[in-house]
Design a protein around this ligand. Structure first.
Ligand code: ADP
Ligand code: MG
Length: 330
């Protein structure tokens, strides 16, 4: 049974109505019976003088780097947790409204389950909980993200066998071993896809003296980024600003250079995977060796991540089919 079936059966016995995956990069909203209805960037555009929310999601993201001083486009979540409470609340509330507008005041408010990284502190959990209630939930439940990811990826979470999930999002990487419906061992790193973008920008700045924006870095990561040598090198042409002259400059970057740029963040992720395996009881490690490791989250889509983890751990690793929506489905 997938977690979605579970939610559906649970909703008929009146449990939750809505699931929110509040990611650093993307927020997904699932409604029981309808599936994932919203998948938009976790960005809010705000008018500075009045603190009024002008736009959320795609619309707000397009404003980043193009904003005049009168309003700002912000990521209210850093490293997967609430860094700006009011903006987060405004964002959750805008997404809830978009997903399921309440047409009449007597309509019941939704009961909402929200995923949080398992590394979140109790203060951070509290903040997410409060923001969800303030944003219009009748009841709010929190669930740990790796658990939701594992359910979304259809792992046998409730069976007495160990499964391992590596979820690489925008801000956090979560590694967890799950068995019998609970998290046995886990590790949470405040480093993921965004850090890889920064690593590209730093690499280009230090080696070539070229400054690029965050959108360009992300685009490079998606198009030519790799963490395991590719059979055939690929290249991309990008525009940046030369730090020497201050003028625009076009350069060609290869996928091999991406390997170098990603070395530090990728090693940290591998260390986390190792660390979790080391702390896991041997019987469960044996299960994982049989069942393999499942990767989820947008960051796991960087070319070669599955190959790299397979090579380093000797355990067969696959990227879940619906890597980005796993958590919300769960
Ligand atoms: P979060 O749960 O933190 O919102 P997501 O799971 O949505 O994060 O993943 C967002 C990250 O995945 C971003 O850093 C984004 O750049 C990256 N990403 C999304 N699609 C791809 C892709 N096709 N290739 C590489 N990285 C990707
Ligand atoms: Mg996520």
């Amino acid at each position: 049974m997938s977690f979605f079936d579970f939610i559906q059966s649970a909703s008929s016995s009146s449990s939750y109505d809505m699931a929110i995956d509040l990611g650093t990069a993307n927020t997904l909203v699932g409604i029981s019976g309808q599936g994932v209805v919203i998948n938009e960037p976790s960005v809010v555009a705000i008018e500075r003088s009045t603190h009024r929310v002008l736009a959320v999601g795609h619309e707000a993201k397009n404003m980043i780097n193009h904003t005049p001083d009168t309003f700002s486009a912000e990521h209210p979540l850093h490293d997967g947790v609430v860094s700006d409470y009011d903006i987060t609340e405004a964002m959750i509330s805008a997404f809830i409204n978009k997903a399921a507008p309440r047409r009449y005041p007597w309509q019941p408010k939704p009961r909402i389950v929200v995923c949080i990284p398992c590394g979140a502190t109790s203060v951070e959990k509290r903040a997410v909980f409060e923001a969800t209630i303030q944003a219009g939930a009748r009841q709010a439940y929190l669930i740990e993200e790796p658990m939701a990811a594992a359910m979304g990826a259809d792992l046998p979470v409730t069976e007495p066998t160990g499964s391992m999930v590596v979820d690489i999002g925008g801000g956090t990487t979560e590694v967890a071993v799950i068995s019998l419906g609970g998290i046995v061992t886990s590790s949470s790193l405040r480093l993921a896809g965004n850090r890889m973008d920064e690593a590209i920008a730093m690499h280009l700045r230090d080696l070539l003296g070229i400054k690029i924006g965050e959108r360009t870095a992300e685009q490079m990561k998606m198009q030519i980024g790799c963490v395991f040598p590719k059979e055939e090198e690929t290249t991309i042409e990008i525009k940046g600003r030369c730090l020497m002259t201050g003028l625009p400059k076009t350069i060609t970057v290869t996928s091999t250079e991406m390997l170098e740029a990603f070395e530090e963040p990728v090693e940290r992720i591998l260390e986390a995977v190792h660390g979790v395996l080391e702390r896991t009881p041997p019987e469960l490690v044996a299960d994982i060796a049989n069942n393999g490791i499942v990767m989820t989250g947008g960051g796991s889509l960087v070319d070669g991540f599955d190959k790299l983890i397979t090579a380093r751990t000797g355990i067969h690793t696959v990227v879940a089919e619906n890597a980005i929506s796993c958590v919300a489905i769960g």
